[in-house]
Design a protein. Sequence first.
Length: 341
Amino acid sequence: MKKLELPYLDTITVKGRTYHYFRKGKTRVRLKAAPGSDAFLREYWHLRRGRPSAASRTTWDRLIASYYQSSKYKRLSKGTAANYRRHCEAIREKNCARDVRSFRRKHAIEARDALQDTWSKAIERVAVLSILMRHAVDLEWIDRNPVVDVEKLSGGAYEPWPEDKLLAFEAAYEEHSVERIIYELAIGTGQRFGDCISMKWDDFDGEYMKVVQEKTSAKIQVYCPTRLQRFLETVPRSGAHILAKNRTQHMDKRQVQKKVEAIREATGVLSGKDRLVPHGWRYTAATQLADAGVDMRDIQAVTGHKTLSMVQKYTAQANQKAASRRAQTAREQSRNETGKC
């Protein structure tokens, strides 16, 4: 069993049986529910907040527990569900026994602004708050969702990595390191970070990589550029997955992220005005294709986006740049033909 990592939680094994205790100051209480279950977390947070279980029935604790049991949550992809759960638990830690009915629009804005240094996390937090508030409406705890139309933070966006930052990253990783493998897979195939981590050796036939996109469930086959083909030929195989944790499992996403973060920090793109994120490698692949004059539908065949509008979002800058060159070149040619300078 994976060890639970929660403050004030003691795990004791006696004669082969494992027990969990909440211990803080003079308080020592055994948690009886199954470790990691919603009931276990409710027990833990009630004890940590120092409030009895018989609190208001419209608490954040109960709302989040109810949302986890909803069909909407259970229909989420594994990656999306895990991401939502991280935000839900952060919200639960801060609010737990507070009454959902007292939540106001200003509180959502405060939560957003508290995360303004990481704009993508701020956007996700507001989105999850809105989802929880919609669930509260469905439960008839409140009449309206107070998070509707809360303005997103400006100044942040996923960006393709500029050439100098790509070269800096490449100079910092080792030959067959986890950082290089995830980088080559993401840049080469144009797929999302999590989908690259899930890739198996059986998915690669020497030219094409089979991908089942976690976010959309789309099944696609992506032709791998020569650089990626040659690189994969040199990567040692230690399991079924290209990024193998063991013989049957792939590495944890967070584990891979931490390794990439170390290089991002070393190259100056982990935070601040020059911040770049691994999802930008997907934008990089799409932008490089657009720069090469590839048709949007062919770019869509690589990235696996369901709509051309999403591809346009990824390639807008490259398309604008190419269009400006065509326009200015035509302008010059026209003026040269008429003898005007």
